[in-house]
Design a protein around this ligand. Structure first.
Ligand SMILES: O=P(O)(O)OC[C@H]1O[C@](O)(CO)[C@@H](O)[C@@H]1O
Length: 568
């Protein structure tokens, strides 16, 4: 395919379009009867089992998707990514989050230089710093050990670390290593988030980690200034040096903010914000909480999937298979959404993290060459842990709209409970639902089955389940740091594969800029109105009316604002 041609003009794309008609003739319950097909649709790697037999696809569909991948030059794009080429062309950057978890002796070049030594230089610095904080060798301004950490950051500087932290919290080894310590995340500029995060914390024993790739994000910088005020009003301005550190690519701004550059942990512009959890963005706060050796296992799990993604043939390549099937669901079967349904409470922050990874990456309107696309890209991701979701939105998934689902189950629970009088243990109860839901969606229940059960005629249509609803099942052996790293990398690379097929740039995010710049205009207006009494000008009728109402009815700014920090 020539670089300017659209993927939707290729024979492979047209072939898949035509193939939909054939698939529409078959119900999933019939496809599930073909054992050979189902056997071929199970793939295993490094302890993880993926079963995609409940996708509305045949082996023929898969072959056609492989042809599409060839037409979109997916293999070549994967290699270009690992080779450090500037595949993020609109920002002229490499996309090398895989280098963040590469072994110490690996060689990954970016602009003619092996970046792995500098990655490990920062990792070693994190190991050293986190050990000093955890052991009490590094103490706060009043000589006390820093046992609590508040990580200030938003978007990619928040969601990935929050996901991993939430997943590790109840894992036995990690939990032991975190004993007596707390890790909190301050993301929202909403003062309520500040209040909630500092409640119960003592500035004397708190370390604030400001995490921002750019060190310019308005919300993060205001929260960082608020936390600086919290520290210095309690302990004096000199305490900032002991109580605040930073993670950023912009060390000059870190220094201007007043954080000693020696206490800054670098990363690089070849790490996208939403792909940064394996950089100091995640590794520093997580190492402070759990110790570096736990986090190193997480990096190893991600690295294992990176190697698989780079080298496994497409027929066995988990991120490639999942990415292609997502394209099939979105672009050909016309399902715009995807539900991420982990049957593990520890994975409750997986969906919010993948929302950003997927939707900020693939929600684009033009091709990588800037050509408006005649097809939709990206998908609407949402999710909740099972079984909670079953009692919330599953009604719609079973009898309303068709939403392809990712079911994620774990063989060994982090916290098994066995009650002596129960028939099954708690984890078996959870997993019974994990195994049942995909079949309920695939098979459904016919009016004939209901009639055999003597369901009253007037209820038959209400109790009918059409079935034929696609899902895939991901079974992890357990949920330790290593497996969490594997899961993260599977989703990251799957998103990349989708973007490679759709021929978009999955690594920029221009769509977040317009709202930010309009907020700057409003911010200036609020300032001018409050300080100089200027009337609201330069907005449309609606916005002007709402801002005026806000200014007229909100509380006055107090004369000594800093005394109003939430009181702990
Ligand atoms: O780490 P930073 O530079 O503060 O950016 C935070 C987030 O803001 C965005 O740029 C846009 O929301 C994300 O891509 C990024 O993860």
């Amino acid at each position: 395919m020539a670089s300017s041609a659209l993927i939707s003009d290729t024979e492979s794309w047209k072939d898949l379009r035509a193939h939909v008609e054939e698939i529409n003739k078959t119900h999933l319950r019939d496809l599930m009867n073909n054992t050979n097909r189902c056997q071929s649709m199970m793939v295993e790697f490094d302890g993880i089992v993926i079963d995609y037999s409940r996708q509305r696809a045949t082996l023929d569909t898969l072959n056609k998707l492989f042809s599409l991948a060839e037409a979109a030059r997916v293999k070549e794009k994967i290699i270009r990514m690992f080779n450090g080429e500037h595949i993020n062309s609109t920002e002229n950057r490499s996309v090398l989050h895989v280098a963040l978890r590469a072994p110490r002796d690996a060689v990954i070049n970016c602009d003619g230089k092996n970046v792995v030594p500098e990655v490990w230089h920062v990792l070693d610095k994190i190991r050293d710093f986190s050990e000093r904080v955890r052991s009490g060798a590094w103490v706060g301004a009043t000589g006390k050990t820093l046992k609590d950490v508040v990580a200030v950051g938003i978007g990619g500087s928040f969601l990935g670390p929050l996901f991993v932290h939430t997943a590790l919290q109840t894992e036995a080894e990690a939990r032991e290593c975190a004993r007596g310590r707390q890790l909190r995340f301050l993301a929202n500029v909403d003062p309520i988030d500040v209040a909630r995060n500092i409640t119960g914390l003592n500035p004397e024993t708190t370390l604030v980690v400001v995490v921002s790739k750019t060190f310019t994000t308005a919300e993060t910088m205001l929260n960082a200034r608020t936390m600086r005020e919290w520290i210095s009003s309690a302990l004096g301005p000199q305490a900032v040096a002991k109580h605040m550190v930073a993670v950023s690519t912009n060390l000059m701004l870190v220094e201007q903010f007043g954080i000693d550059p020696n206490n800054a942990f670098a990363f690089w512009d070849w790490v996208g914000g939403r792909y940064s959890v394996c950089s100091a963005v995640g590794v520093l706060p997580l190492s402070l909480q759990y110790g570096f050796s736990i986090v190193e296992k997480f990096l190893k799990g991600a690295s294992s999937v990176d190697q698989h993604f780079l080298s496994a043939p497409f027929e066995k390549n988990i991120p490639v298979l999942l990415g292609l099937l997502s394209v099939w669901n979105v672009s050909f079967l016309g399902y715009p959404a995807r539900a991420i349904l982990p049957y593990s409470q520890a994975l409750e922050k997986l969906a919010p993290h993948i929302q950003q990874v997927s939707m900020e990456s693939n929600g684009k309107g033009v091709s990588i060459d800037g050509v408006p696309l005649p097809y939709q890209t990206g998908e609407i991701d949402f999710g909740e842990p099972g079984t909670n979701g079953q009692h919330s939105f599953y009604q719609l998934i079973h009898q309303g709209r068709v939403i392809p689902c990712d079911f994620i189950g774990v063989v060994k629970s982090q916290q098994p409970i066995y009650l002596k009088d129960e028939v099954v243990n708690n984890h078996d109860e959870l997993m019974s639902n994990f195994f049942a839901q995909p079949d309920a969606l695939a098979y459904g229940k016919t009016p004939e089955q209901l009639q055999k059960e003597n369901i009253p005629e007037h209820l038959v249509s209400h109790k009918t389940f059409s079935g034929n609803r696609p899902s895939l099942s991901i079974l992890l052996p357990s949920l330790n740091a290593y497996n969490i790293g594997q899961l993260l990398a599977i989703y990251e690379h799957r998103v990349a594969v989708q973007g490679f097929v759709w021929c978009i740039n999955s690594f920029d995010q221009w769509g977040v800029e317009l709202g930010k710049s309009l907020a700057t205009q409003v911010r200036k207006q609020l300032h001018a109105s409050r300080k100089k009494g200027e009337s609201v000008e330069g907005f449309n009728f609606s916005t002007k009316t709402l801002i005026t109402r806000y200014l007229e009815t909100s509380d006055d700014v107090p004369s000594d604002p800093s005394t109003l920090l939430p009181n702990i």
